[in-house]
Design a protein around this ligand. Structure first.
Ligand SMILES: [Zn+2]
Length: 310
């Protein structure tokens, strides 16, 4: 948190320096849109195509829980007309900066998680002031609501292109319906007692609720705290008790903790495979199959089926 303070000072300078300038959209150029996560950026790209100038902040393998905005990021925020971030404390180190930019009034800032019905959200750490699990993209039906929120914000910011945004959104929502059906069909191939996802951090609770899995994670929902030896032993005990055939590493987390679980199981005289890599909080490389939201979700269910269907 102390690292944030210089950025807040810089932000204040930027805000005051740019006080009299109009937003970029009023200069006749493309709407400047910033998305924090790859999932959000991909949704914007599907809805807006090349109509907007899009910057996606968090690339492949970047952990949104711990990412701190650079000075360059702050300038990108400052120059944006519209910023989408996940919210629900996912971007823990950028939240205050984003709220402050939203309050400045020149840039529209949308925390998509805050727009969802709280009754559809899963609990997180209410005692710490963060009541809801932020990993909402892992339930495709919930993510469809986010896509509609993005469409509406784009239309409000740039009504001239509303027909394009509406048409593209309709097509993308149909693609997401196909994805949702695919995940359900694939999940059904795994015997019910084997539908257990064991990972390093707890990113898959929405996925589990939507598609009939159980989830056990070494760390809690955020990666901001280190896993303890007791956490690792507890998870190894679950693997042994339930005869779980595979556990999973994640694209945004060091494989160290999940390898420690594997070692603990081995120390007890049994074996558990590492069943592959799941994309938890970031998309894959842009030119890879998991470089889109749809591709990421397909990759995850395919990895789970390959490791658990047996
Ligand atoms: Zn996460």
């Amino acid at each position: 948190m102390p690292r944030l303070i210089p950025f807040l000072v810089l932000l204040t300078l930027l805000l005051s320096a740019c006080g009299s300038q109009p937003a970029a959209s009023t200069e006749g150029g493309k709407l400047k849109v910033v998305a924090t996560t790859g999932q959000l950026g991909d949704a914007v790209r599907n809805i807006a195509g090349e109509t907007v100038e899009l910057t996606t902040l968090l690339g492949p393998g970047i952990d949104p829980h711990t990412y701190v905005a650079t000075e360059g990021d702050l300038r990108t925020f400052q120059e944006a007309d519209l910023i989408f971030y996940n919210g629900l404390h996912l971007e823990a180190q950028m939240e205050r900066v984003l709220e402050q930019i939203g309050q400045s009034g020149r840039t529209t800032v949308v925390a998509v998680g805050d727009t969802l019905d709280p009754l559809t959200l899963l609990n997180w750490e209410p005692s710490a002031g963060f009541p809801y699990d932020p990993h909402v993209w892992n339930d495709v039906r919930l993510w469809k609501q986010v896509v509609e929120v993005i469409r509406d914000a784009l239309i409000q910011a740039d009504p001239t292109n509303s027909a394009t945004y509406s048409r593209n959104t309709t097509a993308y929502l149909a693609e997401l319906d196909t994805l949702d059906t695919y995940i359900r069909e694939q999940a059904a191939r795994i015997p019910v007692e084997r539908r257990v996802i064991i990972t390093a951090h707890d990113a898959f609770s929405y996925f589990a609720r939507a598609y009939g899995f159980e989830v056990e994670a070494v760390q809690g929902i955020s990666t901001q705290t280190e896993a303890s030896t007791a956490d690792i032993q507890a998870l190894a005990a679950i693997v042994l008790e339930r005869q779980v055939p595979a556990i999973f590493v994640e694209s945004t987390i060091s494989p160290r903790t999940i390898e420690a679980v594997q070692a603990a199981v081995r120390a007890a005289g049994q074996e558990v495979r590492v069943g592959g890599e799941l994309y938890s909080d970031a998309l894959g490389a842009p030119d890879s199959p998991a470089g889109t939201y749809v591709g990421m979700m397909r990759s995850n269910i395919d990895t789970l089926v390959a490791a658990l269907a047996g």
